[in-house]
Design a protein around this ligand. Structure first.
Ligand code: GTP
Length: 247
């Protein structure tokens, strides 16, 4: 089972890769770890496959590139080897129960560079977990944004994508968040009351979600408490067995 953690910088991908991997190991699964971030300096897990062996953003910066240019250049240099990475990941998949892919800090590096897209296209039925922090959810339109972003990732990478709110231990009113994220009809009804242009756009977009989005659950995860790990494990298992039906 190949699980890919995708999300904006600081959403918790690396911490979750480590914590969920540990949880799986404690449950007697064989787990391997893949680091796809050329810019990371220190990892809390020991990667079985690490793109930094080939190139790091830091060494490219020493050639005179700025931080963003160096990151893009690092994936340009990795691109010719993308099929080798696909083969290595498939090999790890054959030897282990789970392969956890930790993606670049900046999500756009993975979604907008051919390296990320072609890597995912080459893998057999990976499940993508789209991590977003509760910090980005302030008003009803933000919940619509998060649900749609998961869908856009699915469209871009061509993999089944599960939206997952991270850091749930930091929110006091989780039920409120769940109401908006789990119940699209409730969210749509709430958006209907928004007087702004943004609210109207969100209302229109959200109205199409039941038709557009494949049936899926939203996950609620904390690496601090382990909340949601069993749900993620169940979902990964269901994905493997049913290939896509994650209601
Ligand atoms: P990049 O390093 O930019 O790739 O970010 P990332 O998405 O890998 O996030 P990372 O795992 O580095 O976590 C960012 C910060 O959030 C760290 O300080 C973590 O300790 C913290 N964090 C991650 N998960 C949780 C969580 O479930 N709860 C809390 N409270 N903090 C978390």
């Amino acid at each position: 089972m190949i699980l890919t953690f995708v999300g904006t910088a600081g959403s918790g991908k690396t911490t979750l890769t480590r914590a969920f991997g540990k949880y799986l190991e404690e449950n007697d699964y064989r787990v391997s770890y893949v680091n796809l971030d050329t810019g990371v300096k220190k990892l809390p897990y020991r990667p079985d496959l690490d793109v930094r062996v080939e190139v790091t953003a830091w060494e490219i910066m020493e050639e005179g590139y700025g931080p963003n240019g160096a990151i893009v250049e690092s994936y340009d240099r990795l691109l010719p080897r993308v099929s080798e990475y696909v083969s290595s990941i498939m090999e790890l998949d054959g030897e282990n129960n789970y392969v956890l892919l930790d993606t670049p800090g900046q999500m756009e590096t993975f979604l907008f560079h051919d390296f990320g897209v072609r890597l995912m296209e080459g893998l057999p039925e990976p499940l993508t977990v789209y991590l977003f922090s509760p910090d980005i959810l302030r008003k009803p339109a933000d919940f619509c944004f998060a649900r749609f972003f998961g869908l856009m990732i699915e469209l871009r990478l061509g993999t089944t994508t599960v939206p997952a709110m991270s850091k749930v231990d930091t929110v006091e009113n989780l039920e409120e968040y769940r109401r908006y994220l789990d119940d699209v009809e409730y969210l749509t009804a709430r958006l209907r009351l928004e007087p702004s242009t943004q609210g109207l756009l969100a209302y229109r977009m959200c109205s199409t979600l039941p038709e557009l989005a494949p049936p899926t659950r939203v996950l609620y995860i904390s690496t601090q408490t382990g909340e949601g790990f069993d749900d993620l494990e169940t979902l990964a298992y269901e994905h493997r067995c049913t290939c896509g039906d994650l209601t």
